[in-house]
Design a protein around this ligand. Structure first.
Ligand code: SAH
Length: 212
């Protein structure tokens, strides 16, 4: 089983490299993290395919290509240290981040998903991750500032709290929009925020307000 999974994860990393992901540390994270432990039993046979899959509660584990690409965009921008993830979900993206940055803080609004993700990361001995059950629109004020912020659910507009929690020189990657979504990158220099559009994307919505 172990060698089966390492072969499949390596094949997935090779596929992402062919699709244009270049960062060696990102590809190494994809090649070594067992994605099948982040997926329900009935769908495990699809774990190493380059597709998003349902994880319950109406949510999805993101497509491996987009996980790798968003992580690579932060690294290309020079981010290495402390990052904030909004939307822990299955915890797979969190694990990829944990292997690429010194410290990861991750916020999830659905408690059941957050607990499950926490157990999975401990199983993988990833201890540089701190998780919080809360509303991602508010970011994580007490842990700010962050060199990098990655949002894994689509917000109708850029959340103001997240801009405020970016470090000077920091970079945020987020899908913005409702039916039509664009992946954007926001770079902070002093109090000037520059926005770049990366590509059209499709994410579940960043739900406003209350947490479950
Ligand atoms: N990166 C995750 C993506 C999960 S889908 C993965 O690959 O598994 C997006 C996640 O964002 C869901 O788990 C959803 O519950 C969460 N989410 C949605 N709105 C949120 C909010 N306002 N605050 C925090 N998390 C939110």
């Amino acid at each position: 089983m172990l060698s089966n999974y390492t072969r499949s994860a390596q094949a997935l990393a090779d596929l992402l490299a062919r699709e244009g992901v270049e960062d060696k540390q990102v590809l190494s994270a994809i090649a070594t993290i067992p994605r099948h432990i982040f997926i329900d039993d009935v769908l495990k046979h699809k774990a190493y395919q380059n597709t998003a899959l349902p994880i319950g509660q109406g949510q999805t584990i993101s497509q491996p290509y987009i996980v790798a690409r968003m992580t690579e965009l932060l690294r290309l921008a020079g981010v290495r240290d402390k990052v904030l993830e909004i939307g822990t979900g299955s915890g797979y993206q969190t694990a990829v981040l944990a292997k690429n940055f010194t410290k990861v803080c991750s916020v999830e609004r659905i408690k059941a998903l957050q607990w499950q993700a926490k157990r999975r990361l401990h199983k993988l001995d990833l201890y540089n991750v701190t998780m919080k059950h809360g509303d991602g629109w508010q970011g994580w004020q007490s842990q700010a500032p962050f060199e990098g912020i990655i949002v894994t659910a689509a917000a109708s507009h850029v959340p103001q709290a997240l801009l405020e929690q970016l470090a000077d020189g920091g970079v945020m990657i987020a899908p913005i929009g409702n039916d039509q979504q664009q992946l954007i990158m926001v770079v902070r220099e002093d109090n000037k925020f520059t926005q770049h559009v990366i590509a059209p994307v499709r994410f579940v919505p960043l739900v406003p307000g209350d947490i479950e």
